[in-house]
Design a protein around this ligand. Structure first.
Ligand code: ARG
Ligand code: ZN
Length: 883
């Protein structure tokens, strides 16, 4: 059942128009589809092929004639009609049950409303259809439903007619003027209200913008609306791309498998990425909304106008659109350090999750060669590494060169379904650059490693940097060929200042202080001349390629970089290297029962950064944040989660012991009194202040506990309230303090009982608390507010525990894994996509000590042996077991 990229065959028939009629009832929706099709003479597929799943077929007519059962063949999800004429009008009637559809793919019910999710292959759960992205058609959709229960009826494009049907029912007819693949189809029906406004495009054309939510949530839509307007303006300014519709709608639903979906003109969102006001949403939520609203909006061009030929090309739209949303958020902040802060956050995610994916059983290239279930391939590799690949074009071609490539891409492919290779060709042809070797970023999985050897020749005044690349084997790919790696770099003198660069190979840029070296061979040496003293190299500036840079720095060199590098990313990076070195040593010391200690050089470097008022507080927060337990784990062949946890906690407590006074002043200096505002400056202040608070509570003491307690009681926004509650919950104090913390936790629940997104936070906070063990998670699972039926709620407790509380999840007795198996099996029945996501928590099981591996293998096997396992879960667990 594996599907291979090499087996791609163009569709046997194209679809020109699709007319759909929906009679919407929650447990029995009648769907009538009429489509005009014509034979694709270029295809080797001669049959007319449709896909369908969980459908009751009522009627199938071809060119006006009812087809008897013998005139077509249904096998699994495929329906074939042999010997169809070249021009076909197909009429299909199906019956579906949205209420019973717990997979949240296709047409389903959410709190009494109708919602759709068709990417990747959900449209086939609505009607039989050539449900593949290279089949693009024009849609007209008629919706009919009870007027009281479903007063709002939405679909893609423009509303062309609406009215009463007389019998308590009404209708709305929508027409999408643009051809689109079926995965971009959407309909929404139910009791919804909207915030709307007319918006004037740069061209002067007016468009209608709407954000639709359930009743009672109109006080939480302003930020999404602002983000949408910012997105529209940004795409006009940065890429010259205009909104092509007269109406653009966003709908929020509490039941959604992922973040959001870019359906043409009718984006559907998880409430988590729409609803915000200061009392329920944190700064992180505000930033998330801005970037996801941007992401989905930007898909209108990168994804919808130009779409994917097949699902192996998914990164064509996702990698590019993530790159665009990252740039959008960076441009909105505007400042250089603001951009760097965003870059650091993005790289942190890439390293922590994508590098780990690359090193495990689900490793796959940015353009995969095969899959069992496409929904398993909406991964950090497709999205985040895909974005890094796009960013490398940007780095190689420069700002204007990249824009030229984008322009050519649209000029060539508007209205088409294309491949990753077409994007690369546009970049190559517009710039005249040879990007042949660059293709390996799409075809080879794994994280390349670049090793650095440098020598200084004082007599010749030359500095030579040898870069050697390699890439570990990944499933199905034992050997890798060299990548085309852009390595942005500079050299620092002893005073910490950049020195002018002179290299024969980069003559045109002589005197510049930053260069992009192009590493294309397995090993290459770059020689710099006129270097009057031994410099400190700053390599991979701004993280110019998704690789691991192996370089031996002394502590002194890292200290110089941390204090001086003109590239803020590498400044942060130097701090992380200093920290990682120490955390690895501490972990080993814990394992060997040695005494733990932290040196003053490191502590003083942190102190200097913390107190440097010339630095953006957001940047200081990032430097002061120690590498996560997951990142430390990557440094070890065999992972010991408890030792890592103990080591990191020791480091945090020791830092606090020495920096208490500095942390306290940082706390006080970064208060944000007055009305809450989610601007970059205020967010940065809150971020540093709350980091200081979390450190301060590492050191048991009456006054800091009171500080957190007061912040919790008096907070006027969710950012401060949640930060304080998290610190209180993780505080290890006396009984009285523990009781007081528990009381705050209770009060929080009571205050926000009606806000589902806040209750998710309440579960998440507990799931990731230091003291929360398997038994506590099981207890929380019996809480009346907990359910596995809602993905957000399921994720907030169970995913958070399995993925973000490693020292507790990996309990020695294997009880965490047993819980994991139970959850995956339960979710598999309800929602295979969500189940398969949780299944991924066990990807790296081979990295743990054998005692744990035995428990993990048993849990994996238990899942694999489950009857009626979805192909989603089966693919994940069988790949893990085979590793
Ligand atoms: N295209 C959507 C986005 O990135 C996500 C769709 C995810 N679909 C899925 N089956 N997992 O915005
Ligand atoms: Zn996307």
């Amino acid at each position: 059942e594996t599907i291979f990229r090499k087996d791609y065959i163009a569709p046997g028939f194209w679809v020109d128009t699709v007319e759909m009629g929906f009679d919407l009832e929650l447990s029995a929706t009648h769907v009538a589809t009429r489509m005009t099709m014509r034979r694709n003479h270029d295809s080797s597929e001669k049959d007319l092929v449709l896909f369908g799943e969980s459908l009751k077929l009522l009627q199938l007519r071809m060119n006006g004639v009812n087809l008897k059962k013998s005139a077509y063949k249904i096998e699994g999800e495929t329906l074939r009609i042999a010997n169809a004429p070249d021009e076909v009008t197909l009429e299909i009637e199906t019956l579906i049950n949205p209420l019973k559809n717990t997979s949240l793919s296709g047409l389903y019910a959410s709190n009494g409303n109708f919602i759709t999710q068709c990417e990747a292959e959900g449209f086939r759960k609505i009607t039989w259809f050539p449900d593949r992205p290279d089949v693009m058609a024009k849609y007209t959709v008629m919706l009919r439903a009870d007027k009281k229960k479903f007063p709002v009826l939405l679909s893609n494009g423009n509303l062309i007619e609406e009215g009463d049907l007389g019998d308590g029912r009404h209708f709305a007819k929508w027409e999408d003027p643009f051809k689109k693949p079926s995965y971009l189809f959407a309909l929404v029906a139910g009791k919804l209200v909207c915030q709307e406004e007319d918006y004037k495009l740069k061209s002067g054309r007016k468009v209608l913008l709407q954000v639709w939510v359930e009743d009672g949530n109109l006080d939480k839509t302003q930020h999404a609306m602002d983000s949408l307007k910012n997105s529209i303006r940004w795409d006009e300014e940065r890429f010259g791309l205009e909104l092509d519709l007269d109406r653009f709608m966003i709908v929020a639903t509490g039941d959604f498998n992922m973040g959001a979906m870019e359906n043409k003109g009718l984006n559907i969102f998880n409430t988590k990425f729409v609803l915000a006001n200061p009392s329920i949403a944190t700064d992180v939520d505000y930033a998330g909304i801005e970037s996801v609203v941007g992401h989905e909006y930007f898909h209108n061009w990168t994804g919808n106008r130009v779409t994917c030929r097949d699902w192996f090309q998914l990164s064509l739209k996702e990698g590019l659109t993530v790159f665009r949303d990252q740039e959008f958020s960076a441009d909105l902040v505007g400042t250089a350090t603001g951009r760097a802060v965003k870059r650091i956050e993005d790289v942190r995610l890439l390293r922590q999750v994508q590098f780990s994916e690359d090193a495990g059983p689900m490793a796959h290239p940015v353009r995969p060669d095969s899959f069992v279930e496409i929904n398993n391939f909406y991964t950090v590799t497709i999205y985040e590494k895909g974005s890094e690949v796009v960013r490398m074009y940007y780095t190689l071609l420069g700002h204007d060169g990249f824009r030229k490539g984008m322009d050519l891409y649209f000029e060539r492919h508007d209205g088409q379904a294309v491949e990753c290779d077409d994007f690369r060709a546009a970049m190559a042809d517009s710039s005249g650059r040879d990007l042949t070797q660059f293709e390996r970023w799409y075809s080879q999985a794994g994280t390349p490693r670049v090793k650095v050897d440098a020598t200084y020749d004082a007599e010749a005044q030359t500095y030579s940097i040898t870069l050697s690349q390699s890439c570990p084997a990944t499933p199905g790919q034992a050997e890798k060929l060299p990548f085309h790696i852009p390595v942005a770099m500079g050299l620092l003198g002893a005073d910490g200042k950049d020195i002018p660069l002179h290299s024969a190979a980069y003559e045109a840029q002589a005197g510049a202080t930053s260069l992009v070296l192009e590493l294309t061979e397995a090993s290459q040496t770059f020689v710099f001349t006129g270097v009057s003293s031994k410099p400190v190299p700053s390599l991979l500036r701004n993280f110019s390629a998704p690789v691991v840079l192996e370089i031996d720095y002394s502590d002194e060199e890292l200290g110089l970089l941390l204090a001086n590098d003109s590239d803020p990313f590498n400044r942060w990076e130097a701090g992380q290297r200093l920290a990682t070195r120490r955390l690895v040593k501490l972990t080993t010391a814990v394992q060997q029962g040695e005494e733990l200690s932290l040196d003053s050089m490191f502590i003083e470097a942190l102190r200097a950064t913390l107190n440097d008022a010339s630095l953006d507080p957001a940047f200081r927060e990032l430097v002061l944040t120690l590498p996560s337990e997951a990142m430390i784990a990557e440094e070890f062949k065999v992972v010991d989660p408890q030792a890592i946890h103990t080591a990191r906690q020791f480091a945090r407590a020791t830092i606090t012991e020495h920096l208490r006074a500095d942390l306290l002043s940082a706390y006080e200096a970064h208060l944000t009194p007055g009305k809450y505002s989610p601007d970059a400056q205020s967010m940065a202040k809150r971020g540093l202040k709350n980091l200081a608070l979390s450190y301060l509570l590492e050191w048991s003491d009456e006054s800091t506990f009171e500080l957190a307690k007061t912040q919790f009681d008096e907070a006027e926004n969710m950012t401060d309230r949640l930060a304080a509650l998290t610190a209180l919950t993780n505080f290890s104090g006396n009984d009285k303090q523990a009781k007081s913390a528990a009381k705050s936790l209770k009060a929080f629940y009571k205050d926000f009982k009606k806000e589902a997104l806040v209750i998710d936070k309440w579960f998440m906070l507990q799931a990731t608390a230091r003291t929360t063990d398997v038994a506590k998670v099981r207890e929380l699972m019996t809480h009346p507010a907990f359910t596995l039926n809602n993905p957000n709620r399921a994720r907030s407790l169970t995913f958070a525990f399995c993925n973000a509380n490693p020292s507790r999840f990996h309990a020695a007795d294997g009880s965490g894994y047993a819980l994991w198996a139970e959850l995956v099996i339960a979710l598999n029945k309800l929602n295979p996509q969500v189940a398969a996501r949780l299944a991924r928590s066990m990807d790296r099981w081979k990295k743990y000590p054998e005692s744990l591996q035995a428990h993990m293998k048993a849990a994996l096997q238990k899942v694999a042996d489950t009857k009626k396992l979805s192909k989603d879960v089966l693919e994940v667990v069988s790949k893990a077991l085979a590793s």
